[in-house]
Design a protein around this ligand. Structure first.
Ligand SMILES: NC(=O)c1ccc[n+]([C@@H]2O[C@H](COP(=O)([O-])OP(=O)(O)OC[C@H]3O[C@@H](n4cnc5c(N)ncnc54)[C@H](OP(=O)(O)O)[C@@H]3O)[C@@H](O)[C@H]2O)c1
Length: 375
């Protein structure tokens, strides 16, 4: 059996992380077999035929089956949990399964969990304003989880409950766990199934459909990271455990201090809309006959954006599209030598690439799937 289990192989992030783990030529990874949990049999077959004996696919019925998750997790040294970050019980069950290894006296296992920066966002449209704050994963290591707990006590949010639950359960059980608290991701993924980001494709889709851009306020922001740079970080985390004599224990942050921000730049939502308008006007996609002849960004109601861009979830929409969530990542670079390579140039290019992809019908919008929305 492999040492590593990965979730999310059929998704945008997890598919890219898997591809990058498998194409790495570094000795600790180049012969490694990775076990992947896959819900759909046809997708499992496709993964197996693409990656051969570098992976084993294991059928499961998903993040709600905590009994299965605990059983399976107990077999691994490292779990890369890059599927949906929105199912707390499932995420915590991975930690509980790993804890069995601690009880057996085996080397303490690691969980690398994906989460999102909306966990720290305010809801400035429906709740009293909070002072804007920038969170730094090194300086604020003691405060980040506390802030999330305060926010969650007032208003539980599944992605945040998952992140808190994973990190606290890890500390309670002796498991090591890091949450990669991720901002806006851009760029095309390299997995076999969903290769598309969310934020730029969704905004571009709206802009092209309506002929104008939108904003919920002037100040909503996102940090950003290219999906390949994000996947590099997961590769470096896995390598640290495999290659370091201490297996990263005592070196990497873990548990309540285990939040890492993979950030490589900051943008405003209204500026993303502006860039979408710029590329659409530049190539003649806009204006159309019944759309504004000049570039326009309109103030629109939250409910409209929730319905059109966030599977009807107005809380997720408000945090993501209206909220403030400034996160600065220091630890990944300092501890692992992570160096994001796709910066301003890649960002600018992505708007053009996304317009081409949209026009070529290569964009199926999967927000509902990303947030594990079942209705
Ligand atoms: N995309 C972003 O911009 C972004 C930004 C910040 C944070 N994140 C975090 O990253 C996570 C993954 O995002 P993504 O863009 O890779 O999403 P995605 O492309 O929609 O992929 C989601 C993955 O999770 C799996 N999944 C969904 N619901 C599941 C369930 N109930 N049980 C088991 N597996 C389930 C899917 O498997 P199936 O193929 O079986 O459905 C798929 O492999 C998000 O949920 C979020 O927490 C994403």
């Amino acid at each position: 059996m492999s040492k590593i289990l990965l979730t999310g192989a059929t998704g945008y992030v997890g598919g890219t992380v898997l591809a990058q783990l498998l194409t790495s030529t570094t000795p600790s990874l180049s012969t490694l077999t990775i076990d992947v949990l896959v819900r759909d049999a046809a997708k499992a077959t496709k993964l197996k035929s693409a990656y051969g004996d570098r992976i084993n696919t294991i059928a499961w019925d998903g993040l709600d089956n905590t009994t299965f998750i605990e059983e399976i997790a107990a077999n691994y040294d490292i779990i890369v949990n890059t599927g949906s970050g929105f199912v707390p019980e499932g995420a915590i069950a991975f930690v509980k399964g790993l804890a069995r290894r601690v009880q057996q006296g085996l080397p303490a296992p690691w969980l690398f969990h994906i989460s999102g920066c909306t966990n720290l966002a305010d809801r400035p449209l429906t709740q009293p304003p909070r002072p804007m704050r920038e969170w730094n994963d090194e300086k604020d290591a003691d405060a980040i989880l506390e802030q999330m707990k305060t926010l969650n006590d007032a208003e539980p949010y599944p992605q945040r409950s998952a992140e808190i639950g994973v990190l606290e359960t890890a500390d309670e059980t002796g498991v090591h766990a890091i949450s990669v608290n991720t901002p806006l991701i851009f760029g095309e993924g390299t997995g076999l199934f969903n290769q598309q980001a969310l934020v730029i494709p969704l905004i571009l889709m709206y802009v092209v459909q309506h002929g104008y851009g939108w904003k919920l306020n002037e100040t909503a922001n996102f940090d950003r990271v290219h999906v390949l740079d994000l996947a590099d970080l997961f590769v470096l985390l896995v390598r640290a455990v495999l290659e370091r004599e201490d297996r990263g224990v005592g070196y990497l942050p873990s548990g309540k201090k285990g939040v890492i921000f993979p950030t490589a730049g900051r943008v405003l939502i209204k500026d993303i809309n502006q860039k979408c308008l710029d590329v659409a006007f530049e190539d003649g996609t806009l204006p159309r006959e019944n759309t504004p002849k000049e570039k326009e960004i309109r103030l629109v109601p939250l409910e409209e954006i929730a319905t059109k861009l966030t599977a009807g979830r107005s809380d997720v929409a408000e945090r993501g599209w209206g909220g403030h969530k400034a996160t600065t990542g220091v630890l990944a670079t300092k501890l692992l030598g992570w160096k994001p390579l796709r910066l301003e140039e890649a960002w600018e290019k992505d708007f053009k690439d996304e317009l081409v992809a949209l026009k070529e019908d290569r964009r199926m919008i999967t927000m509902a799937n990303c947030i594990a929305h079942t209705e």
